[in-house]
Ligand binder design. Structure first.
Ligand SMILES: *Cc1c(COP(=O)(O)O)cnc(C)c1O
Length: 356
């Protein structure tokens, strides 16, 4: 057995997914299961599918390629690069788009492949990441898309809380519904999908303000952690601990709490400050910033506190622990979103799947 390792509890992911898909079903909302933190793990995608997901979304084609044999629809949730449009058509049924040049290129590739590629046109309602901001440009783009062969415009989408940290509201998502209704009228079409954002949009379900018309959400964090971060709310009956990092102790020593000598910059070019707490019992685990993210993980033993982390060493204060930790012992950490991302994408972290 090699360490560090990440333990992934598939039944917790499956249960989270079931709870949230059922919650959303009551509002007429379908869920796209977003797997982008999982580095293309087929097991995690399958757990989501068993939990009721009909569309898997990912930001990277390399991950979606792993899911080729899974019999659900695939969605690329990051705008396609011009250099990958051929692969997008080959590996995905749906992509999110905001640039007509890219959509034209997708149209050419779809025709070559004899396929119809589905498009959700992204609208920026204020977060200022991807999407068309200007309403006239939205109408112009729709007009152009409708001329293209091999492409089917299935709806509009938006993304919030990722860059501008803007909270989904009945105003900003309501605007998306209004824009869709106007487009339907103007072009005499029936855009059926309104993809109303990521896990943060669940806050509108929790407070009963989800605008009518929003019928799709693209969810990652909430399915994996049962968490709506934007309002720091746990979704009832979900698990927050589906992902755990297990690291091995390589040193245990009594040392002072304040380093001795003149302070310069640490390994990450920060100038650290230390409080003198007297003698401390400290442990070092063989895991570092290339495998984990200390700000996004919590020791399962609540008496441990994380002091710091360099590329390959995680330093812990174990002074107040009841357990007498020794070299060779394992320490477990419950992982938050960025912690999961780091562990899953590090080739140095062994992946352990458990199913109970
Ligand atoms: C990452 C992402 C999601 C999922 O976000 P979560 O907050 O993890 O639910 C949805 N849509 C887009 C466009 C994304 O990039």
């Amino acid at each position: 057995m090699s360490y560090p390792a990440i333990e992934i509890n598939l039944s917790k992911i499956r249960e989270n997914t079931k709870v949230i898909t059922n919650l959303c079903k009551d509002y007429g909302i379908d869920i796209v299961g977003v797997t982008k933190v999982s580095n293309g793990s087929i097991e995690i995608a399958q757990a989501m599918i068993q939990g009721g997901i009909k569309i898997i979304g990912d930001s990277r084609l390399g991950n979606l390629k792993n899911y080729e044999d899974l019999s659900v629809k695939k969605m690329l949730v990051r705008l396609p690069m011009m250099s990958e449009v051929g692969e997008v058509v080959r590996l995905c049924h749906i992509s999110l788009n905001s640039e007509i040049e890219t959509i034209k290129a997708l149209s050419i590739e779809a025709q070559k492949a004899g396929k119809i590629h589905e498009i959700i046109l992204m609208v920026d309602v204020g977060d200022l990441r991807e999407g068309i901001f200007d309403e006239e440009e939205i109408v112009e783009t729709v007009k152009e898309i409708l001329k293209l062969k091999g492409i089917r415009l299935i709806g509009l989408g938006t993304n919030l809380t990722c860059f501008g940290a803007i909270i989904p509201s009945k105003e900003n998502l309501g605007k998306l519904v209004t824009i869709r209704d106007n487009i339907n009228k103007e072009f005499n079409i029936d855009l059926e999908v309104i993809s109303g954002g990521n896990s943060s949009s669940l806050c509108l379900i929790m407070n009963g303000e989800m605008p009518k018309g929003i019928n799709q959400l693209r969810l990652g964090t909430s399915l994996l952690l049962g968490l709506i971060e934007v309002i720091w709310t746990r979704i009832p009956n979900t698990h927050v601990d589906a992902f755990k990092l297990i690291a091995e102790i390589i040193e245990v020593k009594e040392k002072p709490s304040k380093p001795i000598g003149e302070i310069a910059m640490d390994a990450f070019r920060n100038v650290p400050t230390f409080e003198d707490k007297g003698q401390m019992k400290r442990a070092i685990c063989a895991v570092g910033r290339q495998d984990c993210e200390p700000d996004f993980m919590i020791p399962e033993d609540e008496r441990i506190s994380i002091l710091g982390c360099s590329s390959d060493h995680l330093i812990l204060d174990i002074t107040h622990c009841h357990k007498d930790y020794e070299v060779g012992d394992k320490v477990t950490f419950i992982l938050d979103y960025i912690g999961i991302l780091r562990c899953m994408t590090s080739a140095h972290v062994r992946k352990i799947y458990v199913n109970q």
